[in-house]
Design a protein around this ligand. Structure first.
Ligand SMILES: Cc1ncc(COP(=O)(O)O)c(C=O)c1O
Length: 360
């Protein structure tokens, strides 16, 4: 530990801040199609615009610090007790609250890599030690290796399904098998930021949560619901976990606009299913076209595709940017492409056709 730093600051000291190295990140980079953020490319639902217009006259007021109307709406939507629901400023904010509550110095948190790059930072913020476990060559969680990596110090395991960046999803039976083998007291946080895109999962089915007391389901309104800019997410977990994590919340961190639009979005089930079906169709079309261009994207359950380009990932991203499309490179591993506007796909495919295969 660097001298003079308290454990939490010391744990973050070696890490860059979130996307510090991403020079062009500033919302949407001018002149570029942005397929790098896994945002939805469709306009907000009509009700969302209406609510935001109404809420714009209320910005001098603090929101409800507990976002109780949203908690009520989620409680009805999922038929779970209010005490099992934690809302916060995006699922990243909720994850931070959970990690601050669940771990500290001397604790380990396992997670798959490559993965969502906020994990190492949020783990370090809790002063726990992050233990990255490489994905298999096929882009799946290496559950055997994760299980083998659990020690007496392990407090939390983070699984992500569908996984960012590969789009691979863990089946309920894989998850169930993993969970029954865990020592008591190890909490598994299943990050389901993209679950609404996964055709094999019913997002309202909470069997995993009901069967396993040490499971936390982490969800967001940022992705399928299209509210990334409003910052609202939630977790479903055992009441004692929720009660403790609530105490780490930054006061008033879920705004009224976020709360009200999230509630309205929950009522738009048909519109949501229509959108996710459309995005899945576009994803499959892009998958076929990238495959026809000689690449080997992985089958995905998210709103994005992973092209395992290995050492050529960074140059693919640079070439795409020169052609006018921003994609997300994970240097040495692959490139993640958000399913987006078809004009952006056209430009991307022209790069992909010229670039050839990773192993070619
Ligand atoms: C796997 C995963 N989890 C969580 C998040 C955070 O989403 P938010 O904080 O907007 O809910 C993201 C964002 O990209 C993500 O990819």
């Amino acid at each position: 530990m660097p001298p003079g730093l308290p454990p939490r600051a010391a744990a973050t000291a070696p890490l860059p801040s979130y996307r510090e190295d991403d020079a062009s990140y500033a919302g949407s980079p001018g002149g570029l199609w942005d397929l790098s953020n896994n945002e939805i490319s469709l306009p907000p639902l009509p009700r969302v615009r209406e609510i935001l217009r109404r809420e714009s006259g209320q910005v001098h007021l603090y929101p409800d610090p507990r976002a109780r109307f949203l908690v009520d709406a989620l409680s009805t939507h999922f038929a779970v007790d209010r005490e099992s629901i934690l809302v916060g400023p995006g699922s990243a904010g909720v994850l931070q609250q959970l990690l601050l509550t669940l771990c500290g110095p001397g604790d380990d948190v396992l997670y798959a890599t490559p993965g969502f790059d906020a994990y190492p930072l949020l783990i370090a913020t809790s002063a726990a030690r992050g233990i990255p476990v490489p994905l298999t060559a096929a882009g799946d969680h290496d559950l055997d290796r994760m299980r083998a990596g659990i020690t007496a110090n392990t407090r939390v395991v983070i699984l992500c399904s569908p996984h960012n960046p590969t789009g691979k999803s863990l089946s309920p039976s894989e998850l169930g098998e993993f969970l029954v083998g865990l020592p008591p007291g190890v909490i598994t946080i299943i990050d389901q930021a993209y679950v609404e895109f996964d055709e094999a999962i019913d997002p309202q089915d909470l069997e995993l949560l009901h069967r396993h007391a040490d499971v936390v389901l982490l969800r967001t309104f940022s992705k399928a619901y299209g509210l990334a800019g409003l910052r609202v997410g939630y977790a479903l977990a055992a009441p004692p976990v929720v009660a403790r994590a609530r105490k780490t919340a930054i006061p008033f961190s879920v705004t009224r606009g976020a709360e009200q639009t999230a509630i309205a979005s929950l009522r738009e089930g048909d519109a949501l299913r229509h959108r996710t079906a459309h995005i899945r169709e576009e994803r499959e079309r892009l998958f076929r076209l990238l495959s026809a261009a000689g690449h080997a994207p992985l089958p995905s359950r998210g709103n994005f595709l992973w092209i395992p380009l290995g050492p050529r990932s960074a140059s693919f991203a640079e070439e795409s940017a020169r052609a006018g499309v921003k994609v997300r490179a994970f240097p040495g591993h692959g490139v993640r492409v958000t399913v987006g506007d078809e004009n952006a796909h056209r430009l991307l495919l022209s790069v992909a056709r010229g670039f050839g295969r990773a192993d070619g």
